[in-house]
Structures are given as structure tokens and as C-alpha cells.
Ligand binder design. Structure first.
Ligand code: BGC
Length: 526
């Protein structure tokens, strides 16, 4: 079998995926919230970037307490986002454009409005219905069953009905009280989710991103956590809800389900663990990929030092991402202003050249900064429960320079957008980038075209290993193979690049051919 044929089967290993947060991408029906109709209309834009596919965050029916991550029907479409017919049309249109579609599956918890949770509440203590979730008795009705903290702040337990004399049970929710956790030690939960996977795979969906993939199974007996201090990173500070050995059985089963389809469907985990532990989720019979998660939180200075460790420890197929809908935009995280924007461009060009797959979060191709959303407009439950706000990375995308219709996000006559955009949004819009030959949008398009050509010429291969070094002057070099390297200038002065042809750089080289600080370059070696 030629290298090409084997790469075809494993497209996901090098895939560049564009993350769509649908409520902020494009509003088709004018209610101020993005939807499937808006996404369908803008699909050609995504295809024009040259990405291989799209990951769409949840659009299933949901009370929207956590902006869709509180799912009340895993196999439907929330009317806020459209209809199942529109989803089917979107899937067909994406496939016709050569774009794969990955959806989000949220298996750790559902919405408290999910029929199975409602049935559990109604059925009462001791019922099989309650065993689908973590309902616990506790003799002291004012004290929760253990000391676990919610990621969104406060305790991870709520009383079913604080006023009831007969039903004194508590239920577990690692996130908000409206997001009860499934009990994955009950086999019926596994059976239920196999049905969910098959529903979307039967439709032709190409893969799933698995939300909070490391936390499904809780420690037997639900013992106290060693520490209750961290709120915003609650899962990692509580070993009892994270990385339990039995969770791997879930993914072995899911892999068998994915592999029973042709072409095989793909599973990408949000595994928020140290790289060495996350790598265990991508063993040959488990998930296909896991995000190199640390990077979405790192500042610029740490990126260089961590890249190598990430590559080494993430194993087979790292999945690079510098941004998503949960973290501060990289242009702001990397220092803000002009310098932060340069670094964000450099970081993006670097991950598009590294061995493995990469994710681009919508707006990253526009180098959008984090928005300081006015306090009264913030809606993120993490914020309303006392943590940080993630709203600033979720402001609707600016499409036009003119401010009309929320910078082209909505059709004319639409309601105000669900999060307000800052006044300067137009200068950062898709339209502004399209008219500026030196914009990040053009850089991304050029990088993805070149990436494809280099794969076609077999200069880049799926199984490139990559060796890493830091040269004098803080030049981080990933030598992907003997023909191609990625270099990032992490120091404060311009640096000389290793010999070869610079085929792309995130900032122009100096007259002497040096790479300026906060820039990245792709170099072809003779
Ligand atoms: C999602 C968040 C969500 C949380 C709970 C995360 O990993 O990306 O947006 O709030 O899971 O579902």
C-alpha cells in the first residue's frame, strides 16, 4: 500500500479542524443567536480556509444554562439553532465541499431537564431510575455526601428537594446544579450512550469531540477529595473525579462502535490531564486523539518549553490547539496589543506546521483578542457562580467592516446579538482581513495550501516524528524531518534561521534575513 493510501485511511492524524461555536458564528434567522442556517450560509468561507473539517459545539436541545453543554435531548436539534432537516442539509453541504463534520458529545452530565433525570427525580429514592445518576442519601440532610467542589464554584451536590421530608437525597453535578452527572458505573448508561453515538454515526457524522472525557467515572464509594480549594480547575485538583482506570473501558467500547462504521468514525477527547496521562486515552483501542490541552491555557513564554514535552508525551498523534471557547483568546493571553497579536499569529503558524492535527477556533484566523464583555452582559455560568468569565472568547464573529447588523453577524432587522461586540470589531472583521494581503486570514489560507502541497509531495508525512531544540537567541526549532522545520523566535532580538528556504513566515524577515521576535517560520531544507 502506498503512503498515500494509508494516509487516506487515517485522515484525522493530520487534519486541521475549524471549531464552530454556533451561537456566535452566524445568525441566519435574526434572533441575535447564531444557528445552523447561518453556518450553512457561511460554509463556503470555512471551505475557503482550506481546513479538513469542522467541529461544531452543542446545538442539541438544551435549556442553555451552560450555553448548550446542558443537553436535554442528545439526538435532536434545539429550535434556537434550527431543525434536524437543516442539520442534514448542513452535513450534506459540508461533505460536498470536502469538509468533515465532528460533533460534540457531552457524556459526563446532561441537563436536569433530560427526561431520564426527570424520571429519576419522579421515581424517588431506591429506584432503578435514580441509579442512572449519582443520587445519595446522607443522614444529615444539611451536609452533602462528600466535599467535592463544582468546577463552576460551590459544592458539587444539590438536594433533590430541600423542602421534602421524605426525599432527602442529594445528586452530584461537577458543573452547575442544572447539569447532573451520569453514573457510568451503571451499565445502562453505557448502553444509552452507545445509542447516541450510533444515531449520529448512522447519519454520516464523521466523528465526535468528547467533552470532559477524563471524568466520566467517579471513584468507587465517592470518597472525599484531598483538597477542596480549587474552583476553576476543579477536576484536576480532585483525583476522585478524574482519570479513573475504568473510564478506559468506556472508550474501548466507543472505539469498537466507531470502527464498525466505514469509513471509521473518529473520537477526539477533551482530556484535561498531564500529557503523559492524557496519552493513555489514545492507546490503539481507545480514542483516536486527545487535545494537547495544556496549550490552551499557557502564556507565550511557557509555550516553547512545553511544546517539546507535549510532543514527546502525547504519543502517536498530537492534536494541537491554542484556543477554544473556554479559554482567553491567545492574542490576549500572549501579552495583548500588537505584540500579543504577533505572537498569536506565530503560534498559529507554528501549530499548523507541527506533526499531528491542529484545531483553529473561530476568530483565531482573525487574531481576535479577548473581549472585556460588560459585567451586565455576561451570561457564562462559570462567571455567575463566582468564577472567571468565558464570555470574552465567545463574542459573535465580525463579518463586515460596517457595524450594521452586529457587523454582519445577523440579517437586517435582527434582534441585538446575544453578547455585545466592541466598537472596533469592524476593523478585525472577515471583510477587513480579506482586503489586507498581510492579514492573519491570508496567512492561514497560505499555510493550509502549502501544507496540502507538502503532503502531496510527501515532504510532510503523517508519521513525521520531529526533534526539538532551542538555539541561541531563543529560537525554538522543531525539525519535523530532514526536509522541513518550524522555527519560532521566542527571544527579544531577531535571530538567524537554520539554512534553507523560508517558505512562509508570520512576520516579514529583516533585510538581513533574520526572523524578528514573536514570529514563526516554515523552512524547507535542500
Ligand atoms: C466545555 C465547556 C463546558 C463544560 C461542561 C467543557 O469542557 O468545553 O464549555 O462548560 O465542559 O460541559
Amino acid at each position: 500500500m502506498s503512503r498515500h493510501a494509508s494516509e487516506e485511511r487515517r485522515w484525522w492524524q493530520d487534519a486541521v479542524i475549524y471549531q464552530v461555536y454556533p451561537r456566535s458564528f452566524a445568525d441566519g434567522d435574526g434572533d441575535g443567536v447564531g444557528d445552523l442556517a447561518g453556518l450553512l450560509a457561511r460554509l463556503p468561507y470555512i471551505a475557503s480556509l482550506g481546513v479538513d473539517g469542522i467541529w461544531i459545539t452543542p446545538f442539541q436541545p438544551s435549556p442553555q444554562v451552560d450555553q448548550g453543554y446542558d443537553v436535554s435531548d442528545y439526538c435532536g436539534v434545539d429550535p434556537l439553532f434550527g431543525t434536524m432537516q437543516q442539520f442534514d442539509d448542513l452535513l450534506a453541504a459540508a461533505h460536498a465541499l470536502g469538509l468533515r463534520i465532528l460533533l460534540d458529545v457531552v457524556p459526563n452530565h446532561c441537563s436536569s431537564e433530560h427526561p431520564l433525570f426527570r424520571a429519576a427525580v419522579a421515581a424517588g429514592p431506591g429506584s432503578p431510575e435514580r441509579k442512572m445518576f449519582h443520587f445519595e442519601d446522607w443522614p444529615d440532610r444539611d451536609t452533602p455526601p462528600n466535599n467535592w467542589q463544582s468546577v463552576f464554584g460551590g459544592r458539587a451536590w444539590s438536594r433533590v428537594d430541600p423542602s421534602s421530608e421524605t426525599d432527602t437525597q442529594w445528586y452530584l453535578h461537577l458543573f452547575s446544579p442544572e447539569q447532573p452527572d451520569w453514573n457510568w458505573r451503571n451499565p445502562a448508561v453505557g448502553d444509552y450512550f452507545e445509542g447516541v453515538l450510533r444515531f449520529w454515526f448512522d447519519k454520516g457524522v464523521d466523528g465526535l469531540r468528547v467533552d470532559v472525557a477524563h471524568s466520566l467515572v467517579k471513584a468507587e464509594g465517592l470518597p472525599d477529595a484531598a483538597s477542596t480549594t480549587t474552583v476553576t480547575d476543579g477536576l484536576r485538583s480532585n483525583a476522585q473525579v478524574s482519570d479513573q482506570e475504568e473510564v478506559h473501558e468506556v472508550y474501548r467500547r466507543w472505539r469498537r462502535v466507531a470502527a464498525s462504521y466505514s469509513p471509521e468514525r473518529v473520537l477526539v477527547g477533551e482530556v484535561n490531564l498531564e500529557p503523559a496521562r492524557a496519552a493513555r486515552y489514545t492507546r490503539h483501542d481507545e480514542l483516536h486523539q486527545a487535545f494537547a490541552y495544556a496549550f490552551v491555557k499557557l502564556g507565550w513564554d511557557a509555550v516553547g518549553t512545553e511544546l517539546e514535552a507535549g510532543r514527546r508525551e502525547h504519543g502517536a498523534s498530537p492534536t494541537w490547539a491554542l484556543e477554544n471557547h473556554d479559554v482567553v483568546r491567545s492574542a490576549t493571553r500572549f501579552g495583548g496589543g500588537e505584540r500579543g497579536a504577533l505572537r498569536a499569529r506565530a503560534g498559529l503558524l507554528a501549530i499548523l506546521g507541527l506533526p499531528g492535527g491542529a484545531y483553529i477556533y473561530q476568530g483565531q484566523e482573525l487574531t481576535l483578542p479577548e473581549v472585556d464583555v460588560p459585567l451586565e452582559a455576561r451570561v457564562d455560568p462559570m462567571w455567575t457562580r463566582g468564577g472567571v468569565s468565558r464570555d470574552g472568547a465567545r463574542v459573535p464573529l465580525p463579518w463586515t467592516v460596517a457595524p450594521d447588523n452586529a457587523f454582519g453577524f445577523s440579517p437586517s432587522g435582527a434582534a441585538a446579538p446575544w453578547l455585545p461586540a466592541p466598537a472596533e470589531w469592524g476593523s478585525r472583521s472577515v471583510e477587513a482581513h480579506q482586503h489586507d494581503g498581510g492579514s492573519t486570514l491570508h496567512l492561514v489560507i497560505a499555510a493550509l495550501q502549502l501544507r496540502k502541497q507538502l503532503f502531496e509531495k510527501e515532504v510532510l508525512l503523517s508519521d513525521d516524528g520531529g526533534t526539538w531544540r532551542v538555539e541561541d537567541g531563543g529560537l525554538l526549532v522543531c525539525e519535523r524531518n530532514d526536509q522541513f522545520l518550524v522555527a519560532v523566535a521566542m527571544g527579544d532580538a531577531p535571530v538567524r534561521l537554520p539554512a534553507g528556504d523560508v517558505v512562509l513566515s508570520s512576520s516579514p524577515l529583516s533585510a538581513e534575513g533574520l526572523l524578528p521576535p514573536d514570529a514563526a517560520a516554515w523552512v524547507l531544507r535542500g
